[in-house]
Design a protein around this ligand. Structure first.
Ligand code: SF4
Ligand code: SF4
Length: 340
């Protein structure tokens, strides 16, 4: 069993964390079964967020009676002090607990600091003083905010996308966190579905002993894969090394991570799916990408106003409208019979 310690928090948990975003899409009953099974299988870190609709509620029900045996992290997207307290109280109520182990600012566009005029960091300190929050964390998709958070010395954990498609700059962040004694929580360790071999994803992250991946789990068979890694952590093989090398070559450069931070689009284009269709159609079962509903969604790209809103919001600096056009062209060719 491999464990990770999250920097100065001293929190030590199994290297397979549970990402509770996807359980929004399943029933209460199925979500509770999944979380209980995860706990019984050795997973003891659960990450949710106020904005994941009913995820916190499901986590709260599932963890009744075992709350003190697990670590719970949640997040607030609020940009006001009033909203911060409202979110925290709702989260505590949903999670049926009197404290959150790690409370994180959820992808803010800046790094909250004391005296920055927002009052957010001061509210976080007050919540900590009241015992409602044990440790202060931040999540982000932007390298600049993540670096600022580490340099500020104000945060005990950073949650950032990290997987085997990582760039040198992403790896630098992990090493900076290690030096700063900050925990590193890896989101999108399967790159939003583009990585389809979880064993390869695990073995890459195993190289970084300070990184805790949180796997987004929706189905029992997905959970079973990760539970098998709790029991028998996979090791690197030549085959996995080759697969990682191949994927890095194929997915290098400008590709959409599906994060959705560029949305909503004024004409309703589902950018987080449509801007990476060419990859999804080749890397996951293609039937789901070729349904009449999906064809409608792709054809909506023709209505793009080129307003540039999405491009301005993409934390990866992608030229989103151009990427959408390229994906649509490829998609229409596939519908016309092109081999893929
Ligand atoms: S540029 Fe096109 S895709 Fe992007 S937000 Fe505007 S209309 Fe939507
Ligand atoms: S275009 Fe950028 S912001 Fe939009 S979903 Fe893709 S990676 Fe995220």
């Amino acid at each position: 069993m491999v464990e990770v310690t999250l920097g100065s928090t001293g929190i030590t948990v199994n290297k397979n964390g549970f990402g509770a975003l996807p359980i929004q899409r399943i029933s209460d009953e199925d979500a509770v079964c999944l979380i209980r099974k995860a706990y019984e299988g050795g997973i003891n870190f659960f990450d949710t967020a106020r904005c994941y609709s009913d995820s916190e509620k499901k986590v709260g029900i599932a963890l009744e009676g075992i709350r003190d045996k697990v670590i719970v992290a949640t997040k607030t997207m609020s940009t006001t002090v009033e909203g911060f307290w409202e979110d925290l109280e709702i989260s505590l109520d949903n999670l049926k607990t009197d404290h959150v182990d790690i409370y994180q600012f959820h992808n803010p566009s800046f790094c909250p600091r004391p005296g920055d005029g927002t009052g957010l960091y001061e509210a976080m300190l007050e919540a900590k003083a009241q015992g409602k929050v044990k440790h202060i964390g931040i999540t982000n998709h932007r390298l600049s905010v993540a670096n600022e958070a580490i340099d500020s010395g104000l945060y005990e954990t950073l949650q950032f996308p990290f997987c085997y498609l990582a760039t040198d700059k992403d790896i630098e962040l992990v090493e900076k966190c290690r030096k700063a004694n900050m925990g590193f929580i890896a989101m999108k360790a399967l790159s939003g579905g583009l990585i389809n071999n979880s064993r390869a994803a695990y073995v890459y992250l195993a190289r970084f002993d300070n990184v805790l991946p949180i796997w987004g789990v929706q189905r029992e068979n997905e959970l079973d894969e990760f539970l098998s890694y709790v029991q028998e952590p996979p090791v690197m093989t030549q085959e996995l090394e080759e697969l990682i090398r191949h994927d890095r070559e194929q997915l290098q450069g400008e590709f959409c991570r599906g994060c959705g931070y560029c949305m909503p689009c004024p004409v309703g284009i589902e950018i987080n799916n449509c801007a990476r269709m060419s990859l999804m159609i080749r890397r996951s079962p293609s039937e789901a990408q070729l349904t009449p509903q999906m064809q409608e969604k792709m054809k909506l790209i023709e209505k793009c106003l080129h307003c540039g809103q999405c491009k301005g919001k993409c934390p990866y600096g992608l030229d989103t409208p151009t990427l959408l056009e390229k994906n649509l062209k490829d998609y229409l060719e596939i519908l016309d019979g092109k081999e893929y």
